[in-house]
Design a protein around this ligand. Structure first.
Ligand code: ARG
Length: 466
């Protein structure tokens, strides 16, 4: 019999049981649900709404149920509809009528809002640790490869020589923004909604601060209707996760390109690549490709949530039950993508010689030539045109800029002197970009130091909440 069956003259159709149930998904929230119920029961007793003995029996019963679920002994029945009722039914079967007192001053509407917030907060801490792990890996690689030169690209055309470490650190800063976005989500999830009950609040003399404190919530909701209607925290988590996946996907794409025979900038470790069943020579960057591919489902989860919520009148609607599957899917997807990315980049081999050769080729020092002429007093626009014509001559003759003799260069422009060859050196080109945030070694080192300090601070934030 359903816990809400009082008003009904017959049972639900078995199709309806299955269709309306959230149990197959929300059973994953059992830990939060039980923890929340324990805090609620202890508050009810502290406020004199139930007796301390009753609270103790309820809490003992809940703890036993938790253990059974963890040991796989708990019998889930889809007819229970959701995790809240599954637990409450079994509790009442075990401890009798007292079990029915647990739901005093509470509704499943505020209960699920609480569970979702608790679950997301835990997940964000867990994911934050993974994001930090990946950030640390960018730092490790950058330190190891601090002077490795590669061509920097725009439009996927070789543009200017850069340090590979500088390129890796760009991803550090992207992840840094992802981390702070997750922190923002945590803050807005950190609001305790119990006390809203169905939507209007409760007539019982409850103490929501007591519950918030016991469950580690920073704040208590200001409006009971908002408390049960709001899923912004899920949506913004999905948005932050989408951005994070977009970042991982861009790096995944680069790993796919770089590990191709055409680039050969890196070699992915055998443990993180797969073979082809037909072409024996193949070594596929499947992990990278899947991270890129999984980005789509995380974007999809964001769209699903936004669309599901957009037409809902206040307060709770059953539609909102659809908030869980996509949230769990996004959490799992970004977690495994972070783990995969970290393993891949920490084991990849960097072919610094090939990267350097690629930077030497492709006329990535053409800007140096233009800058050189400009420094000698040629207006930059003219300098740019002259450098362009020298590149075109080199392309025609099948040589690099530094292959021309001084005489040949001077014939093109009399401002050119014998210091031109130093200016065309790619190492010099890299080191001259010595403004803040530039690719010079010193500036990359500066970034790394700053990055390490920031990570230390974020580590503290995580530890305080873990
Ligand atoms: N299973 C529901 C959910 O996941 C819990 C809240 C249901 N409340 C209700 N009155 N039907 O959203």
């Amino acid at each position: 019999m359903k816990l809400w069956s009082g008003r009904f003259s017959k049972g639900t159709d078995s199709f309806v049981d299955e269709f309306t149930a959230s149990l197959p998904v929300d059973k994953h929230l059992y830990g939060q649900d039980i923890k929340g119920s324990i805090a609620h029961a202890s508050m009810l007793a502290a406020c004199g709404i139930i007796s301390h003995e009753e609270a103790d029996r309820i809490i003992e019963g809940l703890q036993a149920i938790k253990q059974e679920i963890e040991e796989g002994r708990f019998q889930f029945d889809v007819a229970d509809e959701d995790i809240h009722m599954a637990i409450e039914r079994v509790l009442t079967e075990r401890i009798g009528a007292t079990g029915g007192k647990l739901h005093t001053a509470r509704s499943r509407n505020d209960q699920i809002a609480l569970d979702m917030r608790m679950f997301l907060k835990d997940a964000i801490i867990d994911l934050g640790i993974e994001v930090m792990g990946l950030q640390l890996e960018f730092i490790n690689i950058s330190q190891r490869e601090i002077r490795t030169i590669m061509p920097g690209y725009t439009h996927l055309q070789r543009a200017q020589p850069i340090l590979f470490s500088h390129h890796m650190m760009a991803y550090f800063w992207m992840m840094r923004r992802d981390f702070t976005r997750l922190k923002g989500c945590f803050k807005r999830a950190d609001i305790m909604p119990l006390g809203a009950a169905a939507l209007a609040g409760t007539t019982y003399p409850i103490d929501t601060k007591h519950v918030a404190k016991e469950l580690g919530f920073e704040k208590v909701s200001n409006n009971s209707i908002d408390a049960v209607s709001d899923r912004d925290f899920v949506i913004e988590f999905q948005a932050a996760a989408s951005m994070l996946m977009m970042h991982l996907s861009r790096l995944a794409e680069e790993l796919v390109l770089w590990s191709s025979t055409e680039f050969s900038f890196i070699e992915l470790d055998d443990a993180y690549t797969t073979g082809s069943s037909i072409m024996p020579q193949k070594k596929n960057a499947d992990v990278a490709e899947l991270i890129r591919g999984k980005t789509g489902r995380v974007y999809g989860n964001l769209m699903q949530m936004l669309t599901m919520m957009k037409g809902l009148p206040l307060a709770y609607n059953k539609d909102m039950q659809e908030d869980k599957e996509s949230m769990l899917d996004t959490i799992d997807t970004i977690k495994s993508s972070l783990v995969g990315m970290k393993s891949m980049i920490s084991t990849m081999k960097v072919n610094s010689e090939i990267m350097r050769q690629a930077a030497e080729g492709g006329y990535t020092n053409a800007t140096e030539l233009a800058d050189y002429l400009a420094a000698k007093g040629v207006p930059f626009r003219d300098a740019h045109r002259i450098a362009g014509s020298i590149v075109s001559k080199a392309v025609e003759e099948g040589c690099w800029l530094s292959d021309f003799s001084l005489d040949e260069l001077q014939a093109i422009n009399p401002f050119i002197e014998d210091d031109i060859f130093e200016a065309l050196d790619i190492e010099v080109a890299v080191e001259r970009r010595n403004n803040r945030g530039g690719t010079a070694t010193e500036r990359v080192q500066e970034q790394i130091e700053k990055a390490i300090k920031l990570l230390e601070k974020e580590q503290e934030w995580l530890e305080e909440r873990a």
